[in-house]
Design a protein around this ligand. Sequence first.
Ligand code: ADP
Ligand code: MG
Length: 469
Amino acid sequence: AVQESFRSMTPSQFFYEYKEVAGFGSPARALYQTVRELVENALDATDVHGILPDITIVIERVNENSNYYRITVEDNGIGIQPQYVPYAFGQVLYSSKYKLRQARGRFGLGAKMAILYGQIRTGRPVEVYTAPIGSRKIYYFKLKIDIEHNRPIVLTKAEYPNPKGWHGTRVSLVIEGDWWHSKHRVYEYIKRTAIAAPYANIVFIDPNGNVVIYKRSISKLPKQPKEVKPHPHGVDIELLKQLISGSQAKTMVEFLAEAFRGVGRKTAEAFLEWAGIAKNLDPHSLDDRQLELLARKLREYQKFRAPSADALSPFGPEIIEAGLRSILKPEFVAAVTRRPRAYEGHPFIVEVGIAYGGEIPPTNEPILLRYANKIPLLYDEKSDVAWKVVDPHNFDWRNYLVTFPAPVAVLTHIASTKVPYKSVGKESVADVPEIEQELRNALREAARRLRGYLLQKRKEEEAKRRIIT
Ligand code: ADP
Ligand code: MG
């Protein structure tokens, strides 16, 4: 008989073989993706924790005729405790963001993909300087990833005094890149980051020494997200098992009240009665059939409170308007932040901003600026739910007095503890019906204000004409 041989793969081996799925398919794409991952980490370390970000991004050619680029990103964020640094940068699928709280990072993958991609082509390690808030030392690490075992290999470790009380992180790595073919995207990415973060100072130095500075134009930060417990509509058997094994509860009532957000004893009792499950049952005694029943009933019960939006961090209309105004220089802006809603137990908030006229060039379709959890999305625009909503084939812009070609830009933002990305490269969002509906509502609301403005403008122009003639 034929004998197949078997082996298993570590997560770093998997992503080493399937780099494309994480956005590292070519040197051009990898350069863009590296900037993105490092900037996302820098922002997650600042605004999420109430710090106004100061971020510097530098891309340098390693030497004149090579396609090796050094990418360095520095932030003034919360830093990283030294004992976690090797894993944060040297073990794929290691993260401080595996919790129910909105963050840009999600997979515990970004920084490591950049490091891994750099190391397999250029052989160069990553270098990290970091100081947590209040640290009397600055920590330095030079490390690589042991891809076969998915473990960090620390090459150098050092500590320096920190007399000025600096805090933050500086990550520097060398990858094989293609500046010529990624230049446009990198610039666009940084510009869109600046639009959505008018509360940040961003300095970018490109490989030719060009310096771009986006100065902070508002010192208001988005609301800080809080960590929350799961909602019963989002459970399955596996999540239930994990929650039960982490719980000391002796009865079902206790367990439900403790494990889920917005479920008190009363709600728990009402639910158990409805589901036909004994209140005093020990959750640790449930067998697979009972777990399946419990998970199903939890998803079906319609009287739980809606998932709370505490875990979310929308921009808010003020920040959206400030960002659109300072970068696009339009004559009119309107921004809408919708009330929180949920899909499958995941809370989400949709926001839409419209900028019109001024320095915006007229185009045949609206210029779309997509964001998800405050990250700009650049690739795969036409397969994103946001495009589906703003597409003039689906949305009747003429109702709002806009006929294309028109100078109109639309910003869309989906904030959620679980953005339904179509891939781990985080480039487009799937068309979940609840999200699509909210996007449409938000767009209508913002477009109505644009219509009001355009009507007013039309009237004034007609009045002027009457005076002249
Ligand atoms: P993710 O961002 O999805 O968690 P990454 O591989 O990009 O995965 O980063 C791993 C972890 O390293 C983060 O969860 C965070 O705890 C830490 N980290 C990375 N960059 C920074 C930074 N600039 N400041 C503070 N912590 C960071
Ligand atoms: Mg990250």
